[in-house]
Write a protein that binds this ligand. Structure first.
Ligand code: ARG
Ligand code: ASP
Length: 734
């Protein structure tokens, strides 16, 4: 009996270890660390199928960093790429006008000629990555911290120069494990990337900020682009002569859907995690930084939402701003709940106790780590106050009160003018004009005045006086509310774009220099000066010292865990996360399924509520149940969850099944798992993907752009067929 019990226990442990998986793994090291477990969980391919540099194609050749911080993947041999709607949002918006409102109505290029170029947008393919730790750390033994840093920087430059192969490649050298390792990442950058298709926001952003970070989810969060190249398939600036890029590899798309327990893998570019920070910092994030930033954004959102409700024009002007303010604001709230639920600070303290025990046993506590923790105590004590001030300045001055951005740009110009930088002046003026005209396109003075009157006093009421310029204290003691607005905004020219434009174009030097005395410019300068001279330098120095101590602490953790697989924090480079399709139990008595369907979209449908206003055409398709081969059990799958460890940057990443086929496009995480950047919980952390069958349905049935399917490779029922086929797909999944 005992034996049987033991056996069952061992079996359960085994099962447990093979479900939800923490970790964002380096593709180069799969064989060493994770491949055998991935295969036990069902993965049918090899490590070389994911990443190889032996000249043959692997999945990495079908995955890109899209723009500044998303992921995208190739889905045809003709350069067709899929990413999230929210990743292509600014491109879709930039092509939108009142007559052709692609954000509202969606966009589908009817032919290659109709695909829309996007100046400034690029995608990059990873050619290879390599461990360059020994080159970067060469000659750094026994140097002082400053000398070491300088030596490392110069070594990095050498490594990067060589890898760039005469500037043919874009190169990044990045630290891993807080500088215990360094990797070089070599990219080929394609600069002609055109918009091919996007669903209306009512599908691509369905549920809006209300459903954001939440499960169950019903968002068709995807958009399509095409990469173009010169006649040799090499990167080129936009030209009508460019041709569709031919990738080494693209993903076949599975019509088979997903079942609970199916193996899944996410291959993408997670941006930033902090899994190894000490208890001190978790405490500061949980009890100070997140609450501070939430409180400031509460105010911003309250003001902006009210303005958006009151006027449809303001809704358009502020929708992107609202979305980005709200995205992190909501995530921080989930993060607090998750960290509290996990008792994260105490868990970290426990870990630190274990660490100390280990170090004492090894006889290295006194000599190496005791001082590291003493340093943490001192450094975080200083950091706490300064990061509070820094958070306030960054939320209120640098990206809160909108006219401060104009002030910054004007001040910068005036400074250059003062320094007689005549040569640069013309081009400066031109770029300032471009920047300001797009700024004012989305600017509403009354809204900004509200932001000003509400946010500015928060600086004074919440920060210690040493973090404030005397100028601000005096200003606020004399003027409040309406009076404050009159005193500052009322006397400024900054919000009057036509006047500003004329001044910039025709004003003489004296008139321009006078802008310095504009009350907004003056206030901004006082604040910014205080920030740059008394707050930011301390934050920088203390953060650097913390990082130096983290390097030692991390080295200790790596020794303590020698022999165990360990993944470095995310750094916006290619990583593999693997897990299973699975739902979760968010609270006692509640169980979430792993998938949602179009039925759920209709249940949320409400033309009165902006976020839930389902397009008529989608309602019709639902009513006639015209789901074609994309159906499962009489309904249409929309999204699913899986236990892959992901973060910001993973948006748009391919969700890949055991055979290496695309089953979904990653776009979010669930509410109960939003603390995963700091502490992962296998019970609660789930990534959210749009089911690829919903994507195909929308392209084919909703948009009538089925011709795009012709160039894709659809796989179903064990067959591999190109484009529109009559596959008898085994659509049993959810
Ligand atoms: N939360 C997701 C991410 O961090 C999606 C954000 C876009 N969607 C939105 N409703 N704002 O990027
Ligand atoms: N939505 C995120 C992104 O845009 C993904 C995440 O944070 O889970 O990258």
């Amino acid at each position: 009996m005992r034996k049987i019990k033991l056996f069952i226990f061992a079996f359960l442990l085994f099962i447990g270890s093979l479900s939800a998986k923490e970790g964002m793994w380096i593709p180069l090291l799969l064989e060493k660390y994770t491949l055998s477990e991935m295969q036990e969980m069902g993965f049918q391919l090899s490590a070389e199928d994911i990443y190889t540099t032996d000249g043959t194609a692997s999945m990495k050749d079908a995955v890109v960093i899209f723009g500044g911080g998303c992921t995208g993947e190739l889905i045809s041999g003709e350069g067709l790429l899929i990413t999230n709607h929210h990743c292509g949002y600014s491109e879709i918006q930039s092509h939108s006008t009142m007559e052709n409102d692609y954000l509202t109505n969606g966009f589908w290029a009817g032919s290659r000629e109709e695909e829309l170029p996007n100046p400034g947008l690029s995608v990059r393919f990873l050619e290879y990555m390599e461990d360059v730790t020994s080159q970067v750390l060469e000659g750094t033994n026994n140097l002082s911290a400053e000398e070491k840093e300088r030596k490392i920087q110069s070594n990095i430059l050498c490594v990067a120069k060589e890898a760039s192969d005469g500037e043919k490649y874009m190169v990044e050298v990045k630290p891993l494990f807080y500088g215990n390792q360094y990797y070089v990442y070599v990219y080929k950058v394609y600069r002609d990337v055109r918009l091919v298709g996007a669903p209306p926001s009512a599908i691509g952003k369905f549920g809006g900020d209300t459903d954001n970070w939440m499960w169950p989810r019903h968002t068709g969060d995807f958009s399509l682009f095409r990469i173009y190249a010169d006649e040799n398939n090499e990167p080129a600036d936009y030209s009508p002569d460019n041709v569709p890029f031919k990738p080494k590899k693209f993903f076949s798309i599975s019509l088979n859907g997903v079942q609970p327990e199916d193996f899944t893998m996410v291959l993408g570019n997670p941006g930033r995690t902090m899994e190894y920070i000490p208890s001190h910092e978790v405490d500061i994030i949980l009890n100070q930084r997140d609450p501070d930033r939430i409180a400031i954004r509460d105010k911003k959102l309250e003001i902006i939402s009210a303005a958006m409700e009151s006027d449809p024009e303001i809704r358009i002007q502020y929708s992107a701003k609202h979305a980005s303010i709200s995205n992190a604001w909501k995530k921080w709230q989930g993060e607090i709940l998750g960290l509290q639920r996990l008792d994260a600070v105490n868990k970290k303290l426990d870990f630190e106790k274990d660490f100390r025990n280990w170090a004492e046993t090894e006889g290295v506590w006194e000599s190496e780590y005791k001082k590291v923790f003493a340093n943490f105590d001192t450094l975080y004590f200083i950091y706490q106050d300064f990061i509070k001030a820094s958070d306030y300045y960054s939320e209120i001055v640098l990206r809160g009160i909108e006219l401060f951005q104009v002030a910054a740009s004007v001040d910068n110009m005036v400074r250059n003018l003062e320094n007689n930088q005549d040569i640069k002046w013309e081009s400066q003026l031109k770029s300032a004009e471009e920047y300001l005209s797009s700024f004012f396109k989305d600017y509403n003075r009354a809204t900004d005045e509200k932001l000003f009157t509400e946010l500015l006093p928060m600086l004074a009421s919440d920060l210690k006086p040493e973090f404030l310029p005397v100028y601000l204290i005096e200003l606020l003691s004399k003027h409040q509310g309406e009076d404050l607005v009159k005193k500052v905004y009322g006397k400024s020219v900054l919000h009057n774009w036509p006047e500003m434009k004329e001044l910039l174009a025709e004003g003489n030097k004296q008139q321009l220099l006078k802008l310095r005395q504009d009350p907004i410019v003056e206030l901004y300068n006082r604040l910014n000066f205080h920030f740059e001279t008394t707050i930011n330098p301390v934050v920088n120095v203390v953060s650097k010292r913390i990082d130096q101590n983290m390097e030692s602490y991390m080295a200790g953790i790596m020794k303590m865990k020698a022999g165990e697989p360990l993944y470095p924090d995310a750094n916006l480079t290619l990583r593999v996360a693997y897990g299973k399709v699975e739902g979760y139990n968010p609270q006692d008595g509640v169980k979430y399924k792993h998938y949602t369907t179009l039925k759920g979209v209709m249940e949320k449908d409400n033309p009165e509520i902006y976020d839930y206003d389902v397009p008529v055409r989608l309602r019709e398709l639902y009513d006639t149940k015209d789901f074609g081969r994309y159906a499962a059990n009489g309904d249409l799958p929309v999204c699913f969850t899986a236990s892959n460890h992901t973060t910001g940057g993973n948006s748009g990443s391919p969700v890949i099944n055991a055979e290496g086929h695309l089953v979904g496009v990653n776009f979010d995480r669930c509410w109960e798992g939003t603390m995963s950047d700091i502490m992962y919980d296998p019970e609660m952390c789930r990534n959210i993907a749009v089911d690829i069958r919903y994507v195909l349905f929308l392209i084919d049935k909703f948009a009538g752009a089925g011709y795009l399917l012709e160039e894709m490779e659809l796989v179903g029922g064990g067959e591999k067929v190109r484009g529109t086929t009559s596959i008898d797909a085994k659509n049993q999944g959810g």
